[in-house]
Write a protein that binds this ligand. Sequence first.
Ligand code: NAP
Ligand code: ZN
Ligand code: ZN
Length: 349
Amino acid sequence: MMVRAFAATSPDAPLAPFELERRETRDDDVVIDILYCGVCHTDLHLARNHGGFTTYPIVPGHEIIGRVREVGPQVTRFGVGDLVGVGCMVDSCQQCAPCRHGWEQNCSAGATFTYNSVDKRDGMQTYGGYSDAITVTENFVLSLPAELDPAGAAPLLCAGITTWAPLHRWNVREGSRVAVIGLGGLGHMALKLAKALGAEVSLFTRSAGKEADAFRLGADEVILSGAPEQMAAAAGRFDVIIDTVPYDHDVNPYLPTLALEGVLVLVGYMGPLGTPVNAGAIVGGRRAITGSFIGGVSETQQMLDFCGANGIVSDVEILPIQDINQAYERMLKSDVKYRFVIDMASLAE
Ligand code: NAP
Ligand code: ZN
Ligand code: ZN
């Protein structure tokens, strides 16, 4: 099946209209007409080859909400017309220890990602959600709780699960003290989810002017990371810090704000940290720096169900696909409130 899409053909080419072939429907496939697709900072990193491993052309998009158009004969959990979601992965081996544990994102054979990946069954390049339709193995399709607005729910498929997983892993609950670094797509979901889990929530931001939004989104406190006296006043406070900053940055100023045995969880940046980490702040306080990568399929469904039960969606600005390149520029200026979501009906224009 041929579908319309938007693709980048090189690191400095703007995204532009593109046609691609979706595979023949397999027995365990769900074919989804895409209604909305969120715009993640990872889309920009990959479109511009920040990690050095992009295969062009690339069709980004892994925060997908759509309606089931067709199902293969072995599909049991979905039917035509269902509203469903697809996140960052579309397949994994299902046999290895991480897969059996529910950590498909850490599959020993390598998960098949929604875009910029190769499908292990047919060797075809995967293309993401900036397109009319996508074909996905049933096991990687999520049910959208009926309570949730489809456009607002799209970002839950990446920004939601990526912040939910570490909150869950480090047992955030009533009375936990959580801080979030960076108020963007991931950061605003981290505020909402941590608050709904009962935590006391603080935001570290470089941007004066985001305070009112932060409080509305669930923060109890806003700390300007550029203000030394505010940083000093936060010493020894946090059980968990979720660090969503997308580029290299100095983590040292945040470490003293962790409580004894507190953890700083990197989720935003995946390259070498340019500023050496002061081991004293870790050793002396029994603290840890750790990381977290998206989340497993059943954990993602759990997060969606939690959001359904608690009325949580992303704060979105809906745009036509033709505005995607300006959206990337605005994302680079941290000018997003707080997730762009593409209305895929615009592809027909
Ligand atoms: P985003 O919407 O652009 O938000 C990032 C926020 O970080 C900005 O709003 C800004 O907040 C702060 N920031 C930006 N540049 C900064 C810099 N140079 N130094 C300090 N702070 C900076 O991005 P996102 O979509 O949330 O994604 C964040 C990162 O997570 C990206 O790198 C993305 O690739 C990554 N990611 C990782 C996973 C995973 O599985 N681990 C999953 C999804 C995304 P303030 O203005 O408030 O400071
Ligand atoms: Zn993402
Ligand atoms: Zn596996």
